[in-house]
Design a protein around this ligand. Structure first.
Ligand SMILES: [Zn+2]
Length: 389
């Protein structure tokens, strides 16, 4: 990635390089400024700061400053507009400002190929296409004129870009509780749009019933729950996304049941925002989708149709992590028979709430599932509440 080899620094190292590492960690807020004279020692404090930075960035958390961490740290203090950006063969610019530029290009439909924070030829080509499209001088470099055009256009295309890092940061800052969070539940279809009709069931009714069961459980642990529709309305996906954005939701869950021409298709699948070909996706959405998938499969025994990235409008336009759940096939005889049972919908609702709580608890994925119960969670929340009061 970088044209010069980057050395490895770790606990006990000392020298001018460590001094500059310390300065970068202070700039990101991970390392406190020393009270006395600046030191050039890689001490325990630096290890902790590096670990905090790595955790936030989704890097391997080892407290050692290897090449990947070094590059990420080096680019972390740049915000779009801080400096002129252009492609320099032999020494490619890297940083958070380049990633932000790439996200904007992507959200406006000028694919830089991937959001990697490196200003390479693909990014330059995307900038050129953008400049041509909006009538700017086509030079492939990002200065004040191009930035102004971005600002004007991004306002009209609110949301929808894969702010992966920012998303993770939001969850990190939100602490480990669901208490006080806003969750938007989006029962699929509604009104005249009934969704799938099979085996005597109506998709729009099943999804609303399931949503109400989730609502009851979330409300009990202090979560504010909002619905995108009632029994008689059916807003389109863009409106549903806008409602969630305007509510400032932390999470959106879209509930559907699947259907297929072949009656043997069965099982549960989840979907999060992501476009394979751009290498961009919602990391938090993926995490939550996997948690929900795992909880539902282990608690219900529904076939595991896995979690998948999709570019669907609802997933793309929401500014918070959004997961769409296809909970069983109404066209499958056994799936449908189970979805007709109120206690089965309760189990589904419980699985989804537990998955949410697991995400906010930040639990290790290797923890055995099926241990947490709603009673434990209420107790945990009550305990958290008293300890922060
Ligand atoms: Zn549906």
């Amino acid at each position: 990635m970088s044209d010069q080899p980057v050395a490895l620094y770790r606990l006990g190292d000392q020298g001018p390089a460590v001094r500059s590492i310390r300065a970068l960690l202070m700039a990101t807020g991970d390392l406190a400024r020393p009270a006395n004279a600046a030191t050039d020692l890689y001490d325990e404090q630096v290890v902790r700061a590096v670990r905090a930075f790595q955790q936030r960035r989704g890097l391997i958390v080892d407290g050692v400053l290897g090449p990947h961490t070094h590059i990420a740290l080096d680019g972390a203090h740049w915000k779009l507009g801080d400096r002129m950006l252009s492609h320099t063969p032999g020494h490619m610019l890297q940083g958070d400002d380049v990633a932000e530029l790439q996200e904007r290009l992507l959200s406006l439909g000028f694919s830089p190929d991937r959001v990697d924070g490196i200003f390479g030829t693909n990014t330059e080509q995307a900038v050129r296409r953008f400049q041509g499209a909006v009538g700017l001088a086509v030079d492939g470099s990002v200065g004040p004129g191009t930035l102004r055009a971005f600002a004007d256009l991004t306002r009209s295309v609110s949301g929808g870009s894969p702010h992966t890092l920012r998303e993770q940061e939001l969850v990190r800052r939100s602490g480990h509780r669901l208490l006080g969070r806003i969750v938007v539940l989006d029962p699929g279809h509604g009104g005249d749009d009934k969704g799938t009709l099979a085996h005597g069931l109506t998709e729009s009714e099943v999804t609303l019933d399931l949503a109400r069961r989730i609502e009851g459980r979330l409300s009990a642990i202090g979560v504010t729950v909002l619905f995108t529709r009632s029994a008689t309305t059916s807003p389109d996906d863009l409106l549903r996304a806008t409602m969630a954005n305007q509510a400032g939701a932390d999470i959106m869950l879209s509930l559907h049941c699947d259907s297929a021409d072949q009656s043997e298709a069965s099982g549960v699948a989840t979907f999060f925002w992501g476009l394979d070909r751009f290498g961009a996706w919602s990391a938090v959405g993926e995490h939550l989708a996997n948690l929900i998938q795992r909880e539902i499969v282990s608690r219900t025994g529904l076939a595991d149709c896995r979690a998948h990235p999709r570019g669907w409008q609802l997933l793309q336009r929401t500014q918070m992590p959004t997961v769409r759940i296809e909970a069983g096939y109404l066209t499958h005889e056994q799936d449908a028979a189970r979805l007709a049972e109120p206690h089965f919908l309760d189990t589904l609702a419980e699985a989804i709430v537990i998955a949410l709580q697991r995400m906010y608890l930040g639990e290790d994925d290797t923890n055995a599932t099926g241990v947490l119960r709603l009673d434990d969670l209420s107790a945990y929340n009550a305990q958290q509440q008293t300890s922060t009061a």
